[in-house]
Design a protein around this ligand. Structure first.
Ligand code: PLP
Length: 379
């Protein structure tokens, strides 16, 4: 096949800026002129608007997704050193937040869709009362099976904490992610579905007590000015970013999500190869397609596929090449990781997953080009 000169990036920030740039400028002007730059009315209004869009009780803005998960866990007031059952196939931030909250991540295998396996998770929770929480990640923009995970959390009497960094707006059996567990968190990192022009994140919860504690924790543990009840963080969301997110970016999220879903359907109906397959979608998931994961039949040939895609100008990537349990930083922080059973499926996905571009700014022609390059790959 002749090399194409066309570039199909994983994230098209130039197209993003063409759409939002003027409104970002207006938001910067508004905040600059207001003379109030941290934790003010822009943050309050953004929190209200996002809670309304999302369909959750309360949103508490903070400095990053990592901080959001840490604050969510701290706001639960679990005993220090609580073991939290989670997935080894995620951004490292998921486990790092558990460690920073003073707890211990325990790892369980994922199912064929890449999500924390509800069946294994249920068996482990039933057998081991030392496990004090469940932290699923709604990976790739799919919703993990929240009916199953909620039932396990309820019968075990432990909180469900949802990592929604990749799945803002996704639904499981009709219910929004982040709206089922005791608390959840998301990220506004630029590559996420609701991406800002820098770092940001939020805690989401339907529990007013948790929301209040999260607001105290993000601001030095300050109950009122200069009165500190708990050791908190400096994890405030800037007025500037709240303003940009609220009036320049959030208004596009519904349309961008629909476009991601359209692209996923196009991939689904046109990818046809003996050498790679779309990853299955979890049961009951209405996905928001943060990524479009496929798996190569022969893991030994993954690098060849990545090279083939890059040569054709296609921004493909891998999520994730190394399991969290294999990260040196985790071993250094916690000694041998607490791994519950073999991580067979997680290891397989770590060795054969490839994420295809699914930016909402891609055209049908772009997607057809990616499909042609994939279908033309001889394995
Ligand atoms: C991006 C991400 C995070 C961390 O968010 P940051 O804002 O980068 O700190 C956590 N979990 C998952 C699954 C993510 O994709």
């Amino acid at each position: 096949m002749a090399a194409s000169t066309r570039e199909i990036p994983a994230n098209d920030f130039a197209a993003f800026w063409r759409v939002v740039g003027a409104d970002v400028g207006e938001a910067v002007e508004r905040v600059g002129a207001s003379g109030w730059y941290v934790l003010g009315r822009e943050v309050e209004q953004f929190e209200r608007d996002l809670a309304g869009w999302w369909g959750v009780g309360d949103v508490v803005g903070c400095a990053s997704g990592l901080d959001g998960i840490e604050i969510a866990l701290r706001a639960l007031d679990l005993p220090p050193g609580t073991r939290i059952l989670t997935t080894p196939l995620s951004a490292y931030a998921t486990a790092l937040a558990i460690l920073r909250a003073g707890h211990v991540p325990a790892f369980c295998d994922v199912d064929a869709s890449g999500q924390l396996d509800p069946e294994r998770c249920g068996d482990l929770m039933d057998d081991d009362p030392s496990l004090g929480g469940i932290l699923p990640v709604h990976l790739f923009g799919h919703a993990a099976d929240l009916d199953a995970l909620e039932a396990i959390a309820e019968r075990s009497g432990v909180p469900l904490v949802e990592d929604c960094a990749q799945a803002i707006g996704a639904r499981s059996h009709g219910r929004v992610v982040g709206g089922v567990g005791a608390v959840g968190a998301t990220s506004f990192y630029p590559t996420k579905n609701l991406g800002a022009l820098g770092d940001g994140g939020a805690v989401v919860t339907g529990d007013a007590g948790i929301a209040h504690r999260a607001r105290v924790l993000r601001d030095y543990g300050q109950e009122r000015k200069y009165v500190h009840g708990v050791p908190g963080l400096n994890s405030r969301l800037d007025e500037l970013h709240a303003a940009i997110l609220r009036t320049a970016i959030l208004p596009h999220l519904s349309a961008w999500t629909s476009r991601r879903q359209e692209i996923a359907r196009r991939y689904q109906s046109t990818l046809a190869s003996n050498h790679l397959d779309p990853l299955p979608v979890p049961s009951g998931s209405t996905s928001v397609w943060h990524l479009y994961p496929v798996v190569v039949a022969d893991p030994e040939r993954r690098d060849a596929l990545l090279a083939h895609l890059r040569e054709a100008g296609i921004g493909a990537s891998v999520h994730y090449p190394l399991l969290i349990t294999d990260q040196a930083a985790l071993v250094a922080a916690a000694g041998a990781p607490d791994v519950r059973g073999p991580l067979t499926t997680a290891r397989r996905l770590a060795s054969c997953e490839v994420s295809l571009p699914i930016s909402p700014f891609l055209s049908d022609d772009d997607i057809d080009h990616v499909v042609a390059v994939c279908n033309g790959w001889r394995g």
